[in-house]
Every structure is written in structure tokens, then in C-alpha cells.
Design a protein around this ligand. Structure first.
Ligand SMILES: NC(=O)c1ccc[n+]([C@@H]2O[C@H](COP(=O)([O-])OP(=O)(O)OC[C@H]3O[C@@H](n4cnc5c(N)ncnc54)[C@H](O)[C@@H]3O)[C@@H](O)[C@H]2O)c1
Length: 111
């Protein structure tokens, strides 16, 4: 599983060439950056599909559900549950800076 801090995710993602695989993405932190990255990834459906979203604030999750109703996305309040989602290839960490270490570490340890 790849883990990327939000600050490097956009140029990295747009430059990828992938052998026809649609990579499954989980997003931890669904504020300005997380939801913005979701929109950008949504413009590349041949490369990426967001399948998991985590935020510890209820209203963030509710906003995400409304914006993406009908899509096959799982929602979490606890990042430790998101990183255990079986089909993930990539985890985007878009929480405040002080949380990046723990969130990226959890993603890497989950494999
Ligand atoms: N917004 C930008 O333009 C921008 C630009 C460059 C880099 N960044 C970086 O992106 C990151 C996010 O910034 P933002 O502007 O989206 O902030 P934001 O406050 O809008 O969003 C952060 C989200 O993370 C959630 N969160 C906090 N702790 C959490 C936890 N333990 N588990 C799950 N979710 C949690 C918050 O509830 C919030 O919804 C920061 O590191 C910031 O430095 C942001």
C-alpha cells in the first residue's frame, strides 16, 4: 500500500502511468484538501477510485456522503479502521500536519 501526504499527492498522481489498473484510494482527513483531492482523483476514473473516506468530524462525513451518494465508498470516523479496508492500494493523508506521522505509519503498517 502506498501512503502519501496531501502536499505531494497531486503532482505525483497526475504523473502516474499505470498498466491499466484502477488504484483504490482511501482518504484520511476530509477537509479542504481531502475533499479537493477527491475531486481531482474523480477526474481520472481510469486511474483512481476513492473507496474509503475517514474524518473524525460527523459533518465532514455527512457532506462527503451527500456529495458522493450512490458510489461504493465506505466511511469511517477512526483512521485505524480505514487502513484495514481490504481493497486499498493508496492512502492519502490530508489531516493537520501534527497527525501525519501517526496516520502514515498506520497506513504503512497495515500493508
Ligand atoms: N488547504 C490547502 O490549500 C492546503 C495546501 C497545502 C497543504 N495542505 C495540507 O493539507 C492538510 C489538511 O489541510 P486542510 O486545509 O484540508 O485542513 P482542514 O482542517 O480543512 O481538514 C483537515 C481534516 O482532517 C480531519 N481530522 C483531524 N484529525 C483527524 C483524525 N485523527 N482522523 C480523521 N480525520 C481527522 C479534520 O476533522 C478535518 O476535516 C494539512 O496538513 C495542510 O498543511 C493544505
Amino acid at each position: 500500500m502506498l501512503s502519501a501526504a496531501s502536499v505531494i499527492a497531486v503532482p505525483w498522481a497526475s504523473g502516474l502511468t499505470i498498466d491499466g489498473k484502477v488504484y483504490k484510494v482511501g482518504i484520511i482527513g476530509y477537509g479542504d484538501r481531502g475533499s479537493g483531492l477527491h475531486r481531482i482523483l474523480g477526474e481520472m476514473p481510469e486511474k483512481f477510485q476513492v473507496v474509503g473516506i475517514c474524518d473524525n468530524l460527523d459533518f465532514r462525513l455527512e457532506d462527503a456522503k451527500k456529495a458522493h451518494s450512490g458510489k461504493s465508498i465506505k466511511y469511517y470516523k477512526d483512521y485505524r479502521e480505514l487502513v484495514e479496508q481490504k481493497d486499498l492500494d493508496i492512502v492519502v493523508v490530508s489531516t493537520p500536519l501534527s497527525f501525519h506521522y501517526n496516520h502514515a505509519k498506520a497506513a504503512l503498517q497495515a500493508g
